[in-house]
Design a protein around this ligand. Structure first.
Ligand SMILES: Nc1ncnc2c1ncn2[C@@H]1O[C@H](COP(=O)(O)OP(=O)(O)OP(=O)(O)O)[C@@H](O)[C@H]1O
Length: 260
């Protein structure tokens, strides 16, 4: 369970990115965080794995107060939380399987790290993770020979191999074409439902958010302005989340026409 209790986030330059956030996210939920650019979506999810420190309030993840963690505890804590980025963050000049095996490095003895020697069990787990996202046949291909969608699946497999309880995704389909974006969203749904992993995703594509997530959190100017079932989101709620800035929403809708 993830609990935000009166959380504020103020950046050192004075920007108040989050203000009085109160949220409880239960295990196994699929949550989409939506809102205008600059609303605070990335900041919100990056506080969960302490990529950003909160300024006030309390953030508790699986009973652990995140701000109280120190040194090694932070690294151990982060292992339980997978993160997927828009830009995949892969080493493109090497094979798919090597990119997935990297997820085991933090827990390996020094000599194995140095020599890059992985156990048979780790290789088996890496292949299983690739199988989960449907690209087992690409295990020995070079990453730079894969499409964007396949690369995002490699990133997903790398995160799955880490066996996290929570999956944070920051605009994971923003750079993909509509068909591929849906395939990757299907992977997230499968991971959420079959592996019971909590998914919290920032996403600009409203239609995709409503189709795949169970719960929508709408952020505007650093505050939660909607928190409820995806099935209950209507135009009035979208107007509230996106305010008067209909232009951005219309652009985002035009991009989404082909999703429907
Ligand atoms: N490192 C930083 N230092 C200072 N201000 C920041 C920093 N990162 C984000 N901000 C500011 O905090 C606010 C929230 O930014 P954030 O990136 O969380 O928004 P977002 O909703 O994810 O936007 P986008 O959809 O464009 O990614 C914005 O005003 C942004 O300019």
């Amino acid at each position: 369970m993830i609990e935000f209790i009166e959380v504020d986030k103020k950046y050192p330059n004075g920007t108040m990115a989050l203000e009085n956030i109160n949220l409880t996210i239960e295990d196994g939920e699929f949550v989409a965080v939506i809102g205008l650019s600059g609303a605070g979506k990335s900041t919100l999810i990056r506080c969960v794995n302490r990529m950003h420190e909160i300024s006030n309030g309390k953030l508790v993840v699986d009973g652990v107060e995140v701000a109280a963690l120190k040194g090694k505890e932070v690294r151990k804590f982060r292992r339980k939380i997978g993160m997927i980025f828009q830009s995949f963050n892969l080493v493109t000049r090497t094979t798919v399987i090597k990119n997935v095996l990297v997820s085991f490095v933090p827990e390996m003895p020094f000599w194995r790290k140095l020599l890059g020697v992985y156990t048979q069990e780790q290789k088996r787990e890496a292949l299983m993770a690739l199988d989960q996202v449907g690209i087992l046949d690409k295990a020995y291909a070079r990453v730079d020979q894969l499409s964007g969608g396949q690369q995002q699946r490699v990133a997903l497999a790398r995160t799955l191999a880490q066996n996290p309880a929570i999956l944070l995704a920051d605009e994971p389909v923003a750079s993909l074409d509509p068909v591929t974006a849906k395939q990757v969203m299907d992977d997230f749904k499968h991971i959420n439902q079959e592996m019971k992993m909590t998914v919290i995703m920032n996403i600009h594509h409203v239609e995709l958010a409503l189709e795949y997530a169970n719960r929508i959190i709408g952020i505007s100017k650093g505050q939660v302005v909607y928190d409820g079932a995806a099935s209950e989101v209507n135009q009035d709620i979208l107007d509230m989340i996106y305010g008067n800035n209909q232009k951005e929403l219309e652009v985002s809708r035009k991009e989404e026409v082909s999703y429907v």
